[in-house]
Design a protein around this ligand. Structure first.
Ligand code: UDP
Length: 448
């Protein structure tokens, strides 16, 4: 208190002395500057709200026939047009979020009226219910106007929201712009149309063509691997995507290899699409590329060793250097290329065993790496052996990964296709529809 008083006195004193040094003209201009600054800030704050309100008004005008039809459906089915849900807005102000009554499509369109009223923004954090009491989250939400669409919506729908909404939102706010918000809206609409969820079941395990797949979050997968590194005896942990499952569909030996694993992880948007066809919810898109940095972080904390085997000469070592720079303390026990003949194999296995690594990543491509691990599993004294495909090429910087906006609409595969069309066209242009066809057939067979 006393510090505050002294400080304010000092500041008043210095202001007075400054004013006495200046004339009345200067005083007037400094007064103008002082009052103009908060006004400019207020205008800066009000402009985005006004923009959102105008856009929402425009959307209401364009969608007027749709809104009217949806209101009539609500009225006919439930006897009322709108449902109201109490939610918390900016600065803790309560407001009533509007929904069209009934469970039919377009229920949330009524929330456009909340945007027109200025209660929510077009893009912002998901508004919280009054009952939500997560304190840290609340503080952040209170400072930001909640939105009709959250920057995390698209990531949630394609199951890559591994960091949670809070961190996605923080990243979005750091570089918020009109263009950025428009991108969020577009990606959210696309992901809603392609991967929108209804009330799907969430089984512990998913099953495709006789292969059981864990339905887990990224965090749970990293926890499991971390715990497994403390146990003896090697286990094989593969990632499966539609390409792997297409091979498993026709190749009995490869399918049997996947079936020996106690922990198969779901990789990529294809599994999300397959789950949707089965009316099941995929909890996490646990792909190797997103899991790798988290695994390195965990291994750096536990001190357990990591061995990188695969890709062209020098690539694994570059990945080791990059990850050690990113995660100080990470113990890369060994790194070598994936091009060796049968005679060299024993020497490679001795090298891996002598390294004392707790996790072995084998990046030799599907299905070569799975076959190699299965053939040598009993000889490998490594608790966790994983097949990771082209992972090292991404983390060495040889092949750039698809930008986030493309991943958010589930189109990372188109990026890979454009990078290597000669090799990838069969995998994606033939393989993706084939996978969908096979899932459909599997569903029909289960119904019979
Ligand atoms: N590779 C290897 N040994 C081989 C053949 C391939 O180490 O005998 C490497 C290759 O250099 C590349 C990776 O395996 O880094 C295969 O990448 P791809 O993108 O094909 O993996 P996938 O798409 O099958 O996951």
């Amino acid at each position: 208190m006393s510090i505050h008083t002294t400080a304010s006195r000092q500041s008043t004193g210095s202001r007075e002395s400054r004013q006495s040094r200046t004339g009345p003209g200067r005083r007037a201009s400094s007064w103008l500057r002082r009052t103009a600054a908060p006004r400019a800030a207020r205008v800066r704050q009000a402009l985005p709200r006004l923009g959102d309100q105008l856009l929402a008004l425009l959307a209401c005008a364009v969608l007027a026939p749709v809104l009217a039809c949806r209101a009539l459906v609500a009225l006919a089915v439930t006897g009322r047009c709108l449902d109201r849900m109490a939610q918390v807005g900016c600065q803790g102000r309560r407001f009533e979020r509007l929904y069209f009554s009934g469970d039919h499509a377009g229920r949330g369109l009524a929330s456009l009226f909340n945007v027109v009223r200025g209660e929510i923004a077009l893009v912002g954090p998901t508004p919280r219910s009054l009952a939500d009491s997560a304190p840290a989250w609340r503080a952040e939400v209170l400072a930001t106007r909640p939105g009709l669409v959250s920057p995390a919506d698209a990531q949630r729908r394609v199951a890559i929201d591994h960091e949670g909404e809070q961190s996605v939102l923080r990243a979005h706010l750091q570089r918020e712009s009109v263009r950025g918000n428009a991108g969020v809206l577009v990606r959210s609409l696309i992901s809603r149309a392609l991967y929108g969820e209804q009330d799907f079941a969430t089984p512990e395990r998913l099953s495709f063509f006789g292969v059981d797949v864990q339905n887990v979050t990224m965090d749970a997968a990293v926890d499991w691997i971390d715990a497994r590194t403390r146990e003896a005896g090697p286990v094989f942990v593969p990632f499966v995507n539609p390409h792997c499952l297409n091979i498993a569909h026709t190749d009995d030996e490869y399918r049997a290899i996947l079936q020996t694993s106690p922990y198969v992880l779901p990789d990529g948007i294809g599994l999300r699409v397959g789950c949707r066809m089965k009316r099941q919810r995929l909890v996490g898109n646990v792909n190797g590329t997103d899991l790798f940095p988290r695994l390195c972080e965990r291994l750096a904390a536990s001190g357990k060793g990591l061995f990188l085997l695969g890709a062209a000469e020098g690539v694994a070592q570059t990945v080791a250097d990059n990850m050690q720079a990113r995660y100080p303390g990470l113990n890369v026990a060994g790194a070598r290329d994936g091009f060796f003949n049968d005679e060299e194999e024993s020497r490679v296995i001795d090298e891996i065993n002598a390294s004392g690594a707790a996790v072995l990543l084998v990046a030799m491509g599907v299905p070569r790496q799975e076959r190699w691990i299965a053939r040598n599993l009993e000889r490998l004294q490594v608790p966790v052996c994983m097949g990771v495909g082209g992972l090292f090429d991404f983390y060495s910087g040889n092949i750039p990964r698809a930008p986030l906006w493309l991943r958010e609409v589930g189109l990372e595969w188109t990026w890979r296709l454009l990078q290597e069309p000669g090799r990838m066209w069969r995998r994606y242009l033939v393989g993706n529809p084939l996978f969908i066809l096979r899932v459909r057939r599997e569903l029909r067979a289960a119904d019979r």
